[in-house]
Design a protein around this ligand. Structure first.
Ligand SMILES: Cc1cc2nc3c(=O)[nH]c(=O)nc-3n(C[C@H](O)[C@H](O)[C@H](O)COP(=O)(O)OP(=O)(O)OC[C@H]3O[C@@H](n4cnc5c(N)ncnc54)[C@H](O)[C@@H]3O)c2cc1C
Length: 295
């Protein structure tokens, strides 16, 4: 199918972008990498009156380190995240997760801002941002507004963005020493959206990398994607792991605690029971590896 007719605008500045958002309101859609919007246009799932292509807006495509942390512009491509030494150093969780986003052709165009604004519940980057305690910086004619990632994702394809706002950048706080991060997901085929995915961080009680196997977990963060309407922080499972050595019995207990954290949906891709099972497998695999309990 071909898209329904729409007006195409390519603003050269944020001010011009805000003018267009004012002019079209709900009838104007931002175009970033186009990897989700263009298929939706082609299938006529989206029929906006105007498409507002922000690819020429300057200053939205940089990755930089500032006193706030790692600041990633909304137009940074997923592929650039994958290759960036700054991301590897300051946000290793993101570097681990990005290769799971679609295929390389999609990552070459898809942007971090698009992934976050779309808020697909199975997407990897929203879960990473919640796990990292990142801040989504929205911009509008009124100025900039910071929203904690944990508050930004409201439901399926729903965010805290207000009318007239765009995602301008993301701020990932500086990685505290001693944290180790990992991401894994299970999908029917590589490149498919995850049936379940886990963004995890662990801080050994003594801090810092250690040669000892099965250290005591001082702090832990577990954020799942694909198992709820938005990224889900598994606080009961976190509590079951905190202060423990991640041996098989503790991992199994944390897996059982997940039942209280997760209420996964069922669809043609997998039942709720399958998704619960996959979440337990991921927990055991990722936390076991990060804790050094298993190589
Ligand atoms: C075959 C296939 C497989 C895929 N697999 C995955 C996957 O496994 N994981 C995954 O996460 N994604 C996957 N995607 C989606 C891909 O990652 C998209 O790139 C991403 O979801 C949207 O980013 P985009 O830059 O392409 O945004 P676009 O498609 O341009 O826009 C998406 C939506 O976000 C809005 N938007 C974009 N940027 C902004 C902004 N800065 N501010 C406000 N609103 C904005 C647009 O108006 C639109 O509503 C897949 C896509 C395809 C086609």
């Amino acid at each position: 199918m071909k898209p329904a007719p729409f007006e195409y605008h390519r603003p050269a500045s944020l001010a011009e972008t805000f003018d267009l958002l004012d002019r079209y309101g709900d009838d104007g859609r931002i175009l970033a990498g186009g990897q989700s919007l263009v298929p939706a246009l082609n299938l006529r799932l989206a029929t906006p009156r105007a498409v507002i292509d922000i690819n020429r807006v300057p200053e939205l495509d940089a990755i930089r380190v500032t006193p706030e942390g790692l600041v990633i512009g909304a137009l940074v491509r997923q592929e650039a995240l994958e290759r960036s030494p700054l991301v590897r150093e300051h946000a290793p969780l993101v570097a681990a997760a990005v290769p799971h986003v679609g295929h390389s052709a999609i990552r070459a165009r898809g942007t971090i801002g698009g992934s976050l604004a779309l808020a697909d519940p199975a997407a990897e980057l929203p879960a990473c941002m919640v796990a990292l305690g990142a801040t989504i910086r929205a911009a509008s004619r009124a100025g900039r507004r910071d929203v904690a990632a944990a508050d930004f994702f409201r439901g399926i394809y729903t965010t805290a963005l207000a009318p007239g706002e765009i995602v301008a950048e993301v701020v990932v706080p500086r990685a505290a020493p001693g944290w180790r991060w990992g991401f894994e997901e299970l999908a029917r085929r590589h490149g498919d959206f995850a049936l379940a995915g886990l963004a995890a961080g662990v801080l050994a009680a003594r801090g810092g990398p250690s040669e000892s196997r099965a250290e005591v977990l001082g702090e832990i963060r577990l954020v799942f994607c694909g198992v709820g309407p938005r990224p889900v922080r598994a606080r009961r499972a976190e509590a079951a792991l905190t202060g423990q050595r991640a041996d098989a019995a503790v991992l199994a207990a944390a897996g059982r605690a997940l039942d209280g954290d997760l209420d996964p949906p069922g669809d043609v891709h997998g039942s709720p029971a399958l998704r619960r099972h996959l979440a337990r497998v991921l927990l055991s695999r990722v936390v076991g590896r990060l804790a050094g309990a298993r190589s």
